[in-house]
Write a protein that binds this ligand. Structure first.
Ligand code: GUN
Length: 315
């Protein structure tokens, strides 16, 4: 397990670094040498920290941090996500309220709700679950959220602050990816990070976060020439394309850290990532599994954003 000629820290020392969480586990068999990055354990640890901070906020301010979750229509996946977010709030001591609107809700009605939540003193974070029905402009709705309550980190002001390196609410999945990378112990400075996927929600923001930590960053997409060759130069490879097992083991540089953001259902009960896990884990130094890697981090980082938005509003 090599990383750019340096010995990768032994799994024992990694778990020694994070003894309370058991965040990193290692599979020591010869056929699968990569350290498996345990996103569930890291997420649980972040949620515990958020709960401690939420309790402190309540002690100091006489109310819990508050999140408003808005869902429009009856997209089943959105319903599952919203329920998970509310459950996480309950576990972390964050007050949550749901605003469920019918699929034919007028755009103006949704914008008025957002404006009302913007001025609600008990609400620190506003999350409008995406996608929205076609007749509603997602851009308009995101731009209507006051940036200080934009716990998704999607508002152009927060995106702009990320670009110029100013403090901002950061989008949850990319922030979770950075936490996982940090916990491998890899030094990003001077390393080549390759991000496959250029979405506004994951690819672009994670590339900016990697750049802010002095990685040399390449963003790849569907028109990139010879994608396998570019991937083979990655010390850190982030796959966020939404194509089942597209990234093969022989696209991975030996010793690389591989972060798989994909969640693709290929059979009723089988989820796979964007990376061929068996192939990649035979050569990578560390890799996230699917499920149980990046997935649990998104809601954990949302809890962190809610608590930080609440404290920031009091400063
Ligand atoms: N839909 C899928 N992922 C997300 C997310 O992270 N935030 C919001 N608001 N909607 C989503």
């Amino acid at each position: 397990m090599q990383l750019s000629g340096q010995r990768w820290p032994a799994a024992a020392s990694l778990s020694g670094q994070y003894p309370a969480d058991g965040c990193i586990t290692a599979d020591r068999s010869d056929s699968m040498p990569a350290t498996i990055i345990d996103g569930k354990a890291v997420a649980a640890s972040i949620r515990r920290d958020a709960a401690v901070r939420a309790a402190r906020f309540e002690e100091e301010h006489g109310r819990a941090p508050g999140l408003a979750v808005v869902i429009v229509g009856d997209n089943p996946a959105s319903r599952v996500y919203v329920n998970s977010k509310k459950k996480a709030c309950a576990e972390c001591g964050v007050y949550s309220e749901e605003h469920a609107l019918s699929a034919d809700t007028a755009e103006d009605k949704l914008l008025n709700l957002v404006r009302r939540l913007n001025s609600d003193p008990n609400i620190d974070g506003i999350l409008v679950q995406l996608p929205l029905p076609d007749h509603i402009s997602e851009d308009k709705v995101i731009e209507a959220i006051t940036p200080a309550k934009d716990v998704d980190g999607f508002h152009p002001i927060n995106v702009g602050n990320l670009v110029v390196g100013k403090p901002a609410l950061r989008p949850c999945t990319p922030a979770g990816i950075m936490e996982l990378i940090h916990r491998t112990g890899v030094e990003l400075k001077g390393k080549h990070a390759v991000v496959v996927g250029r979405s506004n929600i994951v690819g672009k923001p994670v590339a900016l976060m990697l750049l802010a930590e002095h990685a040399t960053v390449t963003i790849c997409h569907s028109r990139t020439a010879d994608l396998p060759s570019v991937c083979r130069t990655a010390d850190v490879l982030v796959a966020a394309v939404g194509r089942p097992e597209m990234i093969k083991g022989d696209w991975v540089k030996p010793g690389a850290v591989v972060i798989d953001v994909g969640v693709n259902r290929i059979a009723e009960k089988k989820l796979v990532g964007d990376v061929d896990f068996d192939g990649a884990s035979a050569v990578a130094a560390a890799i996230t599994p699917v499920p149980g890697g990046v997935g649990p981090m998104t809601i954990a980082m949302l809890m962190q954003n809610c608590v930080e938005a609440a404290f920031a509003a009091q400063r």
